[in-house]
Design a protein. Sequence first.
Length: 145
Amino acid sequence: MVVKTEDDTSSYITIDGNNMQQGLRDHILQLIRETGVNDAEVMTTDTHLVTGLVRSPLGYYPVGTALPTAAFVTKIIQTVQKAMSNLEESSAGFSKFSLQLQVLGSETFQSITGFIGRIARQIGRSFYRLEIVTFLIAVVIVLAV
């Protein structure tokens, strides 16, 4: 993505991959700035989904290690240049707001879980008493028959 304001051009590049070969990001940024872009950033998606099927010590290849780097970087620069040549008028806006929220702190959480625990113990005791009474009634019925 390339965004141009009055005096500045910025480029944001996202590569679908996990991590990046050391030094590749800086190399790409340097070459992008040589195209006339004032500021740029290169990011990876970092999904951290590692299958372990790749024969690599990490279980995956960081971006730039398992492909021809020169061709990859050339494609990135060409893509940025194409985006710069296809810029269109647009507008953007933003809004600022804040929310007043209350969250459960550790005391409140402990109070709620303690209450639930006490109720569960009372229910357990009630079932225990009910089982004893039911057993005694069954014994009385069996002895009466």
